[in-house]
Design a protein around this ligand. Sequence first.
Ligand SMILES: [Zn+2]
Length: 419
Amino acid sequence: MSHFSIQCRHCGKHLENGFCAFCEHCKDALLVTDYRDSHFVESSAEGVWRFNWLPVHEPKIKQPGPLIYHSKGLAAEVGLDDLFIAFNGYWPEKGALLETCTFKEFEAATVLQNAKENGIEGLIVASAGNTARAFAHLSAITGFPVVIVVPRMCLMEMWYLEPQFTVPTLAVHDGDYADSIDVAKKIALTTGFPFEGGVKNVAKRDGLGIVMLEAVAKMGKLPDHYVQAVGSGTGAIGGWEMAERFVRDGRFGSHLPVMHLGQNLPFAPMLHAWDRGSRALFPGDLNPELIPRITTRVLSTRYPAYSVKGGVYDALTSTRGAMYGIENDAVYAAMDMFLKTEGIDIVPAAGVAVATLGQAIKTGSIRKNDTVLLNITGGGETRLRKDRRTYSVVPTFISKKITGKEIEDLLCHDLKKNS
Ligand SMILES: [Zn+2]
């Protein structure tokens, strides 16, 4: 018997086998993984696979986890006594070994393993940048076929650990991240490989929740506050769901960490909806013309998991959390401050998180003695380039209006040959 089943957030129905599916009764509710063991257990397995709350059975690859450590430099700078940093990236001197330099590596590792165990033979992945790199890397080392779709506007900031030809990558020249998701779904229909499912995929959220698993394993308790930058919100929801499991376990605290989530202004649809007390997003806040004006393109989805039952709105409500808006200047200043105080470079999205922490302290939502977990979702890219070569991404350009026939001509021959 499997150590988990999948349950609907809304009606409570259990599904024994539900890859990326919505509940058959409830169209707008997320499914969550229900682990039979309500006690958190760490086995003797290596890396992240030692945790019992992951929806995989027999992972073969090595997958290091995040580095969790008690901050001195940044903590002193912002005036906190008990700040823990979850560093997701490359910083070998401290034991951080993610060469993709992003926490999306946990998502990719968990999703690919879970897909394989569900009899899936390949996946179509849409990404605004860092997810593409993580899936490309895991596809290259596991041999599991993946097709990646990205918006052209994100190519400038993209890089791969492996040369391009190992993973087919398509760039949508006339659209943004949301258009790439639409194209990915079209490609899935044509190729027969499923779309990875975005926020609906429980393995994706539980994989990102590895940050919370590693943090609580290290800290011995839940933090009072959790701070992260959000684009789709999938990582934050994953962290919240793991925190709920720890509360049910009962040995790590009885309160959910307060979620403090930051977006990069002026594209901040969840911030504006939350500030107006609305579960629905406002169309004006999703205007694609706002996207080129933010520095963190990885946070640019027009399809955030905000309104859906079990999404960001519910995570903020149940933890009495808050949303924050961060200007570009503040993102750069926060990146500089982190480098100066902690000694390692971080990506712009993590700069949004650091600035969010600053705002939450300023408004009095986070106090001096509180235990805080700051999720640095990516970093160490500059450090990595001292140790190894990375590759720019040279995609095949396509239109968001691509037809099924064109997809067939472009992809199906290669995919059949490889799989
Ligand atoms: Zn349901």
